[in-house]
Design a protein around this ligand. Structure first.
Ligand SMILES: *Cc1c(COP(=O)(O)O)cnc(C)c1O
Length: 391
């Protein structure tokens, strides 16, 4: 499974000016807080526009810039900013779009910390939010208000994988001068390019697939250059939530193998899903590129792959059965996140008080699985043994 030509250039060559650093194959981690100037006039230029050069590593730095160029190219975006977490990329992007008195529309159940920002932070400053079922474009139209300034999307969602028609939402938003943001963590730019569908700002948690080794927390935002400069000058420099040189370097390293890893985990997920779909204790498997997925047609139209993350709905009546299944797994680690080398399991019921567990809610019986780089057979055996515990 080699890396295709159009990606090889971006991943291995773009912005890698090796003659400037001893022809080293791996770029240096330029670990400095500040940059020195020879003339007052050069210093003055950067004071006037810090987005134009290196001044202080809270802003731009050389290691980060290698990654910025690559990620912008992968997203087919003009420009890119790097953050110290996906959550801070969300915070900066959303904050740049709204003012006191504005209204935003968000898909129902976006990533937890997006929702917390809307419900507990923005509400303190007079910004209101309407949540809609994003599977139907009419729900966005119906939620529009004269003061709507932003539509926030996450396609697919990372639990039930609900999709939005990105092109249709972008068209609606553009016709009303409304900005759009899409959380693209599930797909990465390799499997979906929201900017090509007309989305303004695209973000992802680089903690997941770009890092790929479960050892770095980071976020990536792409969009038009003017929008990136505006966010850099205000939200990024003010919050000081940019990425460090070392973390940017880890992401460059992760990126080298991204196409190979994504392809492998997608194939493993497909094999594991085929096993699970035929198991009596599995009521349903949710995976956007499974032909049985309710929005399969849309997924095929706007995504080119789906990676290693999917959800199973267990056929159980007791919370304890889910506990036994999860605690019996020998190789899937029970942990949040995904996109690394290791397989993971995450039961929904861990976030629900035991006394509130209700098996008639499908959601309560969900376990999210991520298949890492282990062999499918090895993982299927582990799942099969754990499922026996509840039969
Ligand atoms: C993990 C995640 C985030 C947040 O990213 P962090 O790097 O953890 O801050 C945002 N959106 C989705 C869909 C995620 O899975």
């Amino acid at each position: 499974m080699p890396i295709p030509e159009h990606l090889s250039h971006i991943i291995n060559e773009l912005r890698e000016d090796r003659e400037h650093y001893f022809n080293a194959v791996a770029p240096p981690i330029v670990q400095t807080s500040n940059f020195a100037f020879k003339t007052v006039s050069d210093l003055q230029k950067v004071f006037e526009d810090e987005y134009s050069d290196y001044l202080y590593s809270r802003g731009l730095h050389p290691t980060g810039d290698i990654l910025r160029k690559k990620m912008a190219a992968l997203d087919e975006a003009e420009d890119c900013l790097l953050f110290n977490s996906g959550a801070s990329a969300i915070f900066a992007a959303v904050l740049s779009c709204v003012q006191s008195g504005d209204h935003l529309i968000s898909v129902r159940k976006p990533y937890t910390w997006a929702q917390k920002m809307f419900d507990t932070v923005l509400s303190r400053f007079g910004v209101t939010t309407t949540y809609v079922d994003g599977r139907n474009i009419e729900n966005f139209e119906r939620a529009l208000k004269p003061n709507t300034k932003l539509i926030y999307l996450e396609s697919p969602n990372s639990w039930d994988f609900a999709l939005q028609d990105l092109g249709a939402v972008a068209q609606l938003a553009q016709s009303r001068n409304i900005l759009t943001i899409c959380d693209n963590s599930y797909c990465t730019p390799l499997y979906q390019k929201p900017i090509k569908h007309g989305i303004d700002l695209v973000l992802q948690s680089a903690t997941k697939y770009i890092g790929g080794h479960s050892d770095v927390v980071a976020g990536i935002l792409t969009g038009k250059q003017a929008a990136m400069k505006k966010i850099f000058d205000s939200e990024l420099l003010n919050m000081g939530n940019g990425i460090t040189p070392f973390h940017a370097w880890l992401l460059i390293r992760g990126l080298r193998t991204l196409p190979v890893r994504l392809k492998q985990v997608s194939q493993t997920a497909t094999e594991v899903i085929t096993f699970l779909k035929n198991h009596p204790k599995i009521e349903q498997v949710l995976y956007p590129l499974d032909p049985a997925f309710p929005q399969y047609a849309l997924a095929q139209r706007q995504m080119t792959g789906a990676g290693g993350l999917f959800t199973v709905v267990l056929q159980v009546t007791q919370r304890q059965e889910i506990v036994e299944f999860c605690e019996s797994l020998q190789h899937f680690l029970m942990a949040v996140s995904w996109g690394g080398h290791e397989s993971l399991a995450l039961p929904r019921c861990a976030a629900i008080k035991p006394e509130h567990f209700d098996p008639s809610h499908r959601e309560h019986r969900m376990v999210r699985l991520y298949t890492g780089l282990e062999e499918a057979e090895f993982l299927i055996k582990d799942l099969n043994e754990a499922l026996k515990m509840i039969q």
